[in-house]
Design a binder for this molecule. Structure first.
Ligand SMILES: [Zn+2]
Length: 335
């Protein structure tokens, strides 16, 4: 009996303890959840997560270098898409609208974005506008510029109007302009996330240092080589060529999606025939079936260069790999 009572008492005490312990542990758990949540809230208030979207891959590579590990640097268009002519899907519109900042080249390249952005509320930078590179500005004529041998580093504030009056919007292919693009992205991000400015600044300096190293490597490639006439698939490499003192003799088409006119093709064929040997720079994302017929009878070095950095990984060093890959393609034209 006594034993039975004792057992009952022990059971009662442990039941009571369990009864007490349950709300107590719930209280502790709740407190823990509150503290953790507060901690997270506080952390996100002091270190915001950066969410930047760039229109195309080469711009994304520069953005990624400045954002570093402070957030997301994503791309709007698929890497193989033609930015001259594109239609956004609803999911891409959502990606754009949810961005803290959207970076694009400008109407001269992504014309389709003008309408899209007119109804979007996202903060945006048009790089051609931000760098004041539009063709309305007074320009130096092509031939005048080529007569100046040492224009490598002082060409970057001039707008790139070609002999036919068109403006080459592929500004990211000039490393001096890439440096200015990085600067503009740094400035905008620093205004938008002031607490992160010191880290953006470190990232910018690192980018510029590495960029100058890459540029010197590339410039050395083109120093003492005899160049043959270069023809590119579309008008994308004016900025690259001018920066490194190369000359592009002609282009097959102005934009990748436009089939060149018969008149232009016959003019090109005649022009090409006058050379014993030419270099043709093709692009991996576009087919140019008429190339064979216009180059018949002339020795052709064929090389491939991708102005859209399709196969370059998105990383803080991606831009340097990209510019070196373009340089290696053009190097094949200069031996
Ligand atoms: Zn293009």
């Amino acid at each position: 009996m006594t034993q039975h009572l004792q057992k009952n008492l022990v059971n009662n005490i442990s039941d009571t303890l369990r009864f007490l312990a349950k709300p107590f542990s719930i209280a502790i758990m709740s407190l823990f959840v509150i503290i953790t949540t507060l901690g997270t809230l506080q952390a996100s208030a002091s270190t915001p997560t950066v969410n930047v979207v760039s229109s195309i891959k080469p711009i994304q590579l520069i953005t990624t270098a400045i954002v570093g590990d402070l957030g997301e640097s994503t791309i709007l268009l698929p890497p193989t898409a033609n930015p001259h002519n594109y239609q956004l899907r609803p999911s891409q519109r959502a990606l754009l609208n949810n961005a803290d900042l959207f970076i694009w080249v400008g109407p001269e390249l992504e014309l389709f974005l003008v309408k899209v952005l007119s109804t979007a509320s996202v903060k945006q930078i048009s790089l051609i506008q931000a760098l004041d590179l539009r063709p309305e500005r007074p320009t130096i004529h092509h031939n005048q510029r080529h007569s100046n041998e040492n224009h490598h580093h002082d060409d970057h504030n001039q707008s790139e109007t070609n002999d036919n009056g068109s403006f080459d919007p592929h500004i990211w292919l000039n490393p001096a302009l890439a440096e200015e693009i990085a600067n503009v992205i740094y400035q905008h991000l620093s205004v938008q996330y002031p607490t992160l400015e010191p880290q953006f600044n470190i990232n910018l300096r690192q980018f510029i240092t590495q960029l100058h190293i890459a540029e010197n490597e590339v410039a050395a490639l083109f120093e003492s080589k005899n160049q043959i006439a270069i023809y590119t698939f579309h008008e994308a490499f004016t900025h690259f060529a001018d920066h490194y003192g190369l000359a592009i003799t002609g282009t097959i088409t102005q934009t990748p999606e436009a089939r060149p006119g018969a008149k232009h093709l016959s003019m090109l064929t005649q022009e090409i025939r006058q050379n014993q040997k030419i270099c043709l720079v093709k692009e991996p994302n576009f087919k140019a079936p008429y190339v064979e017929s216009i180059t018949r009878g002339t020795e052709v070095i064929i090389t491939t260069a991708d102005p859209l950095a399709t196969n370059i990984d998105n990383s803080a060093t991606g831009y340097f790999e990209f510019i070196k890959s373009i340089a290696n393609s053009f190097y094949k034209c200069s031996q």
